[in-house]
Ligand binder design. Structure first.
Ligand SMILES: *[C@@H]1O[C@H](CO)[C@@H](O)[C@H](O)[C@H]1NC(C)=O
Ligand SMILES: *[C@@H]1O[C@H](CO)[C@@H](O)[C@H](O)[C@H]1NC(C)=O
Length: 497
């Protein structure tokens, strides 16, 4: 295969003409956020760009034939693990409190990022970038990095279009049919749900505009010298990459600066490790895959729920793969195989997989749609309840609130999901929708990022209906500065320069 290596080298040489230096900042210490950041970084590196990646994780396996630099926020993962409480207890926390908690966690992660010596070194260096990509996860102060490095700002939304992203981009999002992501509603809300949606939007927008953004503004001013106000910064992004797609989310309006790239992190299926492959190939009745994701520790669940699940799973004729974080599980039935880690995407891609029991996280949901596998969700927090509700309304999933699990209920639902072919058919149909797109989502993301670097920003995509946030910006007392809206002369100068 030396010939192909030669082609790569030649391609790299020719590519280097358009090679851009791109900074990515994904500071949230959770593996699922890192998967999103590193998949994007890897795709850009493979397209020939120089990558600097800020995150709590070290990339053990950086893409070859490219410049890929890690700035590791050391200590973040350990600290996150040490404070992580029993997540199952968060299930019934009110979303009104949840929004405060997540805003606080996001602020703290942002503050610690700014104070981290490795990050300090980066912002005090003379590094230059052609684009800065920031994961927008309650971390607004970081958006100042675009201005700081004199590079166009590209935002990345972990969960697709939500109220923060919509406010920032001026995207129309009527509360009558666009539920807040922290609620467990779909587009078809009852009257009462719409009332709650409205009240929740008022509370969350007030917290964000009156408390969170001013705090981030102060944090940004403290660490980045000579920077304009955060409202100016936030108003001057070029594009927002959304981790969503019509096949995974409901159809909603999108302004031109919003680019849907959901599913881009999914890799083509690989061969499974030998023992797992044999286990799955042998499962003539099919396999049920059970994983609560990378943040929730399944061994934290109360005993009665564990017994109920074990008993129900022990009675089905399918084999079960259960991602379990301890070495043993007392009472484990014959048909259940445990592991602390499974190659999730490759398992979902195996033809014998019949059902995915999940916490309903967005990555898991996207992957299951990609592979056309129905789901049973036990959603716990954040967007999980909304993802689960959408899967149910789209007919490829069923939601059982964790606190309501009993052996009997679970057995009934398993029987329905495993025997009623309509769930399989709907999952397969969704999968086809996800695959039927004009370009692969990672190529789309790369295209738009290159587009922004080529045109030195994308002010011409800005939506001019920013009046509501303008008013709110005045409430927290900042001047309405030049927001980078379309100015013809300035742009022509940019183009000729
Ligand atoms: C707004 O973004 C453009 C394009 O990246 C940049 O040229 C301009 O300096 C930015 N304005 C501010 C205030 O950061
Ligand atoms: C798969 O089936 C073969 C043949 O029946 C058997 O020898 C083997 O042990 C089975 N493997 C597993 C992992 O169950």
């Amino acid at each position: 295969m030396q010939f192909s290596a030669l082609i790569i080298v030649i391609a790299a040489v020719f590519n280097s003409v358009d090679c851009s230096k791109i900074l990515l900042v994904f500071p949230f210490p959770s593996p699922s956020h890192y998967i999103l950041g590193s998949s994007l970084a890897r795709g850009l590196a493979e397209a020939g760009h120089d990558i600097t990646m800020v995150s709590p994780f070290h990339e053990a396996n950086p893409p070859r034939n490219s410049v890929y630099k890690d700035v590791v926020l050391t200590g973040f993962v350990e600290e996150y693990k040490s404070v992580s409480a029993n997540m199952f207890r968060l299930e019934n926390i009110s979303p009104f409190i949840g929004i405060g908690v997540i805003s606080y966690i996001g602020y703290e992660a942002t503050r610690k990022t700014f104070e981290h010596p490795n990050f300090q070194k980066l912002i005090n260096s003379n590094e230059q970038f052609d684009a800065v990509i920031i994961e927008m996860f309650y971390s607004d102060a970081l958006n100042g990095l675009g201005h700081h490095f004199k590079a166009p700002l590209i935002l990345f939304s972990t969960v697709g279009a939500n109220s923060m992203v919509n406010q920032l981009s001026g995207n129309p999002s009527p509360l009558s049919y666009i539920p807040e992501i922290a609620l467990k509603y779909t587009a078809t809300m009852t009257f009462w749900q719409r009332v709650v949606n409205f009240l929740f939007a008022i509370v969350s927008k007030s917290i964000r505009n009156l408390v969170v953004l001013p705090a981030h503004n102060r944090l940004m001013m403290k660490h980045l010298p000579n920077i304009p106000d955060l409202s100016t910064i936030n108003n001057n992004f070029s594009i927002i990459l959304l981790n969503s797609h019509e096949s995974t989310s409901q159809p909603v309006p999108y302004v031109p600066s919003m680019i849907n790239i959901g599913g881009y992190h999914i890799k083509p299926p690989k061969e499974l490790p030998k023992d797992l492959k044999e286990f799955m190939d042998n499962a003539t009745e099919g396999v049920v895959y059970f994983s609560m994701g990378s943040n929730i520790k399944p061994s934290d669940m109360p005993d009665d729920k564990r017994y109920a699940i074990l008993n129900a799973l022990g009675k089905i004729k399918q084999k079960v793969l259960w991602k379990w974080d301890e070495d043993t599980l007392p009472g484990k039935p014959e048909n259940v195989k445990l592991s602390k880690w499974f190659p999730q995407q490759d398992i979902l891609g195996h033809p014998n997989t019949k059902l995915f029991i999940t916490h309903g996280g967005l990555l898991s949901t996207t992957e299951t749609i990609y592979h056309g596998v129905p789901i049973l969700s036990f959603p716990i927090f954040c967007d999980q309840k909304a993802n689960a509700a959408r899967a149910q309304i789209n007919g490829f999933g069923f939601t059982l609130p964790f606190s309501e699990i009993t052996e009997e209920k679970l057995s009934d639902i398993l029987a329905k999901l495993l025997n009623d072919k309509r769930y399989q058919d709907n999952a397969k149909r969704r999968s086809k929708l996800m695959h039927d797109r004009p370009v692969k989502p990672l190529d789309l993301a790369t295209y738009w990022i290159e587009y922004v670097t080529r045109h030195k920003g994308a002010a011409h995509l800005r939506w001019s209906s920013m009046t509501v946030s303008l008013m709110l910006r005045r409430v927290w007392g900042c001047e309405d500065q030049d927001s980078g809206l379309f100015v013809p002369e300035q742009n022509l100068n940019n183009l000729s320069g």
